[in-house]
Design a binder for this molecule. Sequence first.
Ligand code: PBG
Length: 326
Amino acid sequence: MAFPATRLRRLRATPALRGLVRETQLSAGDLVMPYFVHAEPGRLAIGAMPGVERLDVDALVAEAGECLDLGVPAVLLFGLPASKDPEGSGAWAEDGIVQQAIRALKAAHPELIVIADLCLCEYTDHGHCGLLTAAGAVDNDSSLELLARTAVAQARAGADIIAPSDMMDGRVGAIREALDREGFTDTPVMAYSAKFASAFYGPFREAVDSTPAHGDRRGYQMDPANGDEALREAALDVEEGADILMVKPALPYLDVLWRIKQRSGMPLAAYNVSGEYAMVKAAAAAGHIDERGVVLETLTSIRRAGADIVITYHAKDAARWLAPTQ
Ligand code: PBG
């Protein structure tokens, strides 16, 4: 029955009523905080991302402890190696920077979920996510072996979840097989399934110095115009053994999140990326928006669209804002 018998405002009258009928919950336990760990001593600010820094291992251990205290259960690690080469050997080196960081984090905080981002672009001198052919193209199949090797090195260091973000075809299967072969049958893979060739990664590339020296990533990351193809990517990752799927970036792709969740029923993550963060910080610093309101609304919308897990540089702030007031 329509108005006046039906009045939707009845259930909006008080905070308690609104809480009772709220459909989507956002809590610190849904969040993952990304970190950049570098081989230099100390911390280094990242211009476009106020509040985010490159950290050394000790600073990272301290920051991760604060995450746990705030109820954020997981961190996602990116590494900046001391030096880069054409193969990205720093990615799989036994004493590579991310492997060192994982060992230190697990020793200090055994209960912390340590997720290792798996990609070669932070480690290659050309900045691409895979090996180059003589002609300068990113070669899919020869890159798989290096990705698998990196996954094993990360698992051996103690990573709880391996998260491939390179967008090579067949990487989830290759990584799963390598992990199983080395005895890491219980280490889950969180696949960046629908990762779009996005302009929103700009600040991240400043953070890890991974802007491709030539060309762009459109030969392997997805065309922002494609939703059906994202479903195909997700289905292939499930077939290859992915445990968690991911959509990235988050806000411009809420429809993709929704469709993948509806279709797959898989645990689903969304990555609220560096450019999304930078825009909010810049607008807030200029006094144009209320940062707290915008962040909590944004993260809630990502959850409403179907994400179980939200990876966001706002994780610590959001956890503070979500904490019950004493
Ligand atoms: C590595 C990778 C990127 C991001 C996560 N993993 C950058 C890229 O593909 O260029 C972006 C994260 C962010 O923007 O916050 N391939």
